[in-house]
Design a binder for this molecule. Sequence first.
Ligand code: GAR
Length: 211
Amino acid sequence: MSRKNIVVLVSGGGTNLQALIDAERRGDIPNGRITCVISSRSDAYALERARQNGIATRVLERKRYPDIAAYSAAMVEALQAERADLVVYAGFMTILDEQVVRAFPNCMMNVHPALIPSFCGKGYYGLRVHEAVLERGVKLTGATVHFVTEVCDGGPIILQSAVPVQDGDTPEILQRRVMEQCEWKLLPKAVALFCDGKIQVKNGRTYIQEG
Ligand code: GAR
């Protein structure tokens, strides 16, 4: 099996990108290779992480394009130029339109910091998700890795895991727990499964080949 080209989309700190880089380095993604990191912001620390690890970078700033359609077209062009087999949204905060989904059907995955279908969709990103979780008073939260479709956070779910919400949690403390115990493990695992050809999508849900 030839190694799949993984392109990672980022907007911020890039701790999920780091988890992927570390996993690749450990040999946990034997059939994939992070070939490029594309950031929607020129000041994202994630770009620094890519550079430190010798990974090619591109910056596609949303503000340089008149609308989402023009931005999405530029993104498709960049992804095709990079010959992406898998596109990973790792803290990527810009919503792309259906052109991108059509160009890479079931080949784009996103990590979301909650148990979908709770606390997801438009407006639920980053710390806001954890604020909403604490406000509602749920006792469990977690993370979800799913395929990207036209519906924001609505695509087929690949992996989920949960952590308890504890008395005294702040959004920052909860975010850290969800990242450490869920996101940084689930995302590399989902990427490895994809690169191994072990994820099938049928009727809007995924089937994972064991072993
Ligand atoms: C992560 O918690 C990720 O799940 C979330 O933003 C954070 C990015 O952190 N993504 C979303 O909310 C997308 N809807 P990172 O830049 O350190 O990986």
